[in-house]
Design a protein around this ligand. Structure first.
Ligand code: ZDP
Length: 279
């Protein structure tokens, strides 16, 4: 069987996009997807994303496998790449074009805003310990500034779900965090029954954050859209930043706004096609 695919990236967070509009079932199983993501024996990517037919009010549906074959509920950089992929497939170039995408985290709406930028209505953050999920702060409304011991050190963490779980730690200097050592220890810490993504955030100014991320199922990546959203929500809850911030990631910057009155988070950033291939 031959498989046509297109590589996209959002700030260096890279994905293999597959046109699966003919069937609601992804045409690859998780093991095949993990093999394709391998950077030495495959195409190389942080994940595989399927553009599936929509139902009801959704124009399309998205499913994603991480590089290890696990399936996350949502993917922020990925949904921007998906919107650009759909626009490229449809020959759509109109600024303002909006898609409604069904995801395992609900309906997500990316909009083409011009100059290669896509603004995504990411939906609400979920704050309760059960929704994240975590066993930290049982019975509380939100998991803010909780102490978590990892690698013999006490960290103050704030947890947020953007559909997928995030654990946010504010640090003095993001550059000195030993991500490859400490990332997996957070990811698999027993207080996170579905594992977690972890973001280390340095506050450069009340509206400007610097972030490094270790992703569940993918490891160190150059950017994480849901993680940047979670970081700003966590920063507001922990009184570290404003609801509207620029978040600098190793791969570039995202603009994040937690519109509390609307109960949603907006993320603006680029999505770029890299190449098309056949496997
Ligand atoms: O939750 C998870 O398992 C993540 N690895 C999913 C991917 C998140 C992503 N990097 C993002 O931008 O939100 C795509």
């Amino acid at each position: 069987m031959t498989l046509a695919f297109t590589k996209y990236h959002g700030l260096g967070n890279d994905f293999i996009l597959i046109d699966n509009r003919h069937s609601p079932q992804p045409c690859l199983d998780p093991d095949d997807a993990a093999r394709l993501c391998d950077r030495h024996f495959g195409v190389g990517a942080d994940g595989v994303i399927f553009a599936l037919p929509g139902q009801g009010e959704a124009d399309y549906a998205m499913r994603i496998y991480n590089a290890d074959g696990s399936e996350p509920e949502m993917c922020g950089n990925g949904v921007r790449c998906l919107a650009q992929f759909l626009a490229d497939l449809e020959g759509e170039t109109s600024v303002g074009k909006q898609y409604r995408i069904h995801t395992l985290a609900g309906l997500i709406s990316p909009r083409l805003v011009g100059a290669g930028q896509i603004r995504v209505d990411m939906g609400p953050p979920y704050l309760s310990p059960e929704r994240i999920p975590t066993t930290l702060a049982p019975g509380e409304d939100a998991v803010v500034n909780q102490t978590l011991t990892v690698a013999g050190k006490n960290w103050l963490v704030t947890c947020v779900s953007m559909g997928n779980p995030h654990c946010v730690a504010f640090v003095e200097d993001a550059d000195v965090v030993e991500l490859s050592h400490i990332g997996p220890l957070f990811e698999r810490h027993p207080v996170f029954p579905k594992k977690t993504n972890v973001e280390f955030i340095q506050v450069l100014a009340p509206d400007h954050l610097k972030m490094r991320v270790w992703e569940r199922g993918a490891g160190i990546t150059l950017a994480c859209g849901t993680g940047a959203c979670a970081a700003v929500v966590a920063g507001v809850l922990a009184e570290r930043c404003r609801p509207r911030c620029r978040v600098d990631l190793p791969g570039g910057a995202l603009e994040i706004e937690w519109a509390q009155a609307e109960g949603t988070v907006y993320m603006t950033g680029p999505a770029q096609r890299v190449f098309t291939g056949v496997h």
